[in-house]
Design a protein around this ligand. Structure first.
Ligand SMILES: Cc1cc2nc3c(=O)[nH]c(=O)nc-3n(C[C@H](O)[C@H](O)[C@H](O)COP(=O)(O)OP(=O)(O)OC[C@H]3O[C@@H](n4cnc5c(N)ncnc54)[C@H](O)[C@@H]3O)c2cc1C
Length: 420
């Protein structure tokens, strides 16, 4: 039985799905729907989706990197390494990690490298590996690389964290609470879920590295058309809109970037922005404006998206004139900024007015034993090198906390890990 993965070149979830199959020893055919139009049509027909990845496993068509469904489909076909049946443990929470890192991108993976190299038992719990970095086409300001794609950088960081000895589990943390270990040791318990299945993990310290997630438009129809025309990842889904009319919503650098990328693929690109001034750099706006097939629709907001099976149109309202119009587009790329997801830690750590975690200069939060790093913090500088630096500081602070010397300076090159 042949397993097929429909993917595009720079899509992070495609890479994770393929890595997952490889790790399970499953052979598969990798089909690049950005280049193979017939395969793209077949994928859309079979899955009802215009977003990648789509996995074809036996008679199962799975949209997205959905581990429980992939496992179930492989098990049905008796493919892949089967996990050994686990004996029920009398105490399911026996294993205590030194550090639980929540988030697996620049901040979290760097924290994992530093913590694991200090011989701390380190677990990264993350919804995906790479976060915002995965969607960046070209990074020109990360030290050591003149120009590197986000997905390449993620691959290296991921490999380095694993090589350092950190475990990485793909799950979303939905709860974080204080817990008590044997002999009254102060611990934290993170509840993390993948699909329907949730597990609980214990840690002596926690590093919050949840970064940011793209904001949605919150208009009628949006949720129903995600993957069927509405996309939050230009790098992943742009190739599905070759020769089509599409729209980008937003006025920041990401929106201009998206418009420029799409202008080389789509027939027409509308940029819908609620103001007439832009948050984006002037040069980025100019670059987008110069593209012949890019049209700016300013002072306007999106009021809804509609279609039958797939997206066919969006409604737009001019805020100055009140005039409503309909644009026939098959794709809407939402680039209206991002939010931090810190609701599940708000009862433990102090947050600022934007929900960001307040941190001290070494990543400490208002709660002893909990540290934070990267875009989730109140730092005004949201950059990969800042996140990586924060991750390093948070891990070394966690090390100091565990060993009871809160403010002592510990250099990392006194490496205690004797594996190498
Ligand atoms: C389009 C674009 C272009 C950019 N270009 C550049 C650039 O050129 N140079 C540069 O330096 N920076 C750039 N940035 C900014 C950079 O990507 C971020 O500053 C950096 O990725 C922040 O890293 P982070 O680890 O803090 O968070 P993120 O990258 O946001 O990652 C957060 C991680 O946490 C996970 N997560 C979130 N919630 C949970 C949860 N509840 N449970 C488990 N896991 C969770 C996510 O899945 C993700 O893996 C760009 C950003 C964008 C959007």
């Amino acid at each position: 039985m042949k397993v097929r993965v429909f993917s595009t070149e720079n899509c992070p979830y495609c890479r994770m799905a393929k890595d997952y199959l490889k790790a399970k020893g499953v052979e598969f055919e990798d089909i690049n729907v950005g280049e193979d139009r017939a395969a793209a049509d077949e994928m859309v027909e079979k899955s009802g989706q215009k977003g990648v990845p789509v996995l074809d496993i036996g008679d199962e068509i799975i949209a997205g990197f959905d581990v429980p469904r992939i496992d179930a489909a492989l098990e049905k076909l008796k493919m892949g390494k089967q996990a050994k049946p686990k004996k029920p443990r009398p105490d399911a929470l026996k294993k205590v990690y030194d550090v639980l890192v929540i988030g697996g991108s620049a901040a979290g993976l760097t924290a994992a490298v530093y913590a694991a190299r200090r011989n701390l038992k380190t677990l990264v719990l993350t919804k995906d590996v790479g976060g915002q970095m995965s969607a960046i086409k070209s990074i020109e300001n990360y030290p050591g690389f003149v120009d590197v794609s986000g997905s390449e950088l993620v691959k290296v960081m991921d490999a380095q964290a694993k090589a350092s000895g950190a475990e990485i589990v793909i799950k979303e943390v939905v709860e974080l609470n204080e817990a008590e270990g044997k002999a009254g040791e102060k611990l934290f318990m993170a509840k993390a879920c993948g699909g329907e299945k949730c597990d609980e993990y214990l840690g002596r310290t926690v590093i919050l590295a949840m970064g940011k997630t793209p904001r949605s438009l919150g208009v009628p129809g949006e949720e129903g058309f995600v993957g069927r025309g509405v996309s939050y990842c230009v790098t992943c889904d742009a190739p599905m809109f070759k020769g089509k009319d599409v729209a980008v919503v937003g006025g920041g650098n990401s929106a201009m970037d998206a418009a420029i990328v799409l202008s080389a693929i789509a027939r027409k690109v509308y940029v819908i922005h609620r103001r007439s001034e832009f948050r984006a750099f002037e040069q980025a706006v100019e670059d987008a404006r110069r593209k012949k097939n890019v049209e700016f629709v300013l002072d306007s907001i999106v009021t809804g998206v509609a279609g039958k099976k797939f997206l066919e149109a969006m409604t737009v309202e001019n805020k100055k004139t009140g005039k409503k119009s309909e644009l026939n587009v098959e794709g809407v790329f939402v680039e209206v900024g991002s939010d931090v997801n810190t609701k599940f830690v708000g009862h433990l750590v102090n947050l600022d007015e934007n929900g960001q975690v307040k941190t001290g200069k070494n990543g400490e939060t208002s709660h002893a034993g909990i540290f934070a790093a990267g875009d989730v913090t109140d730092t005004p500088f949201k950059q990969i090198s800042v996140a990586a630096g924060d991750g390093c500081k948070a891990a070394l602070s966690a090390y100091n906390h565990i060993h009871g010397f809160e403010s002592k300076y510990v250099v990392d090159w006194t490496k205690q890990n004797s594996k190498k």
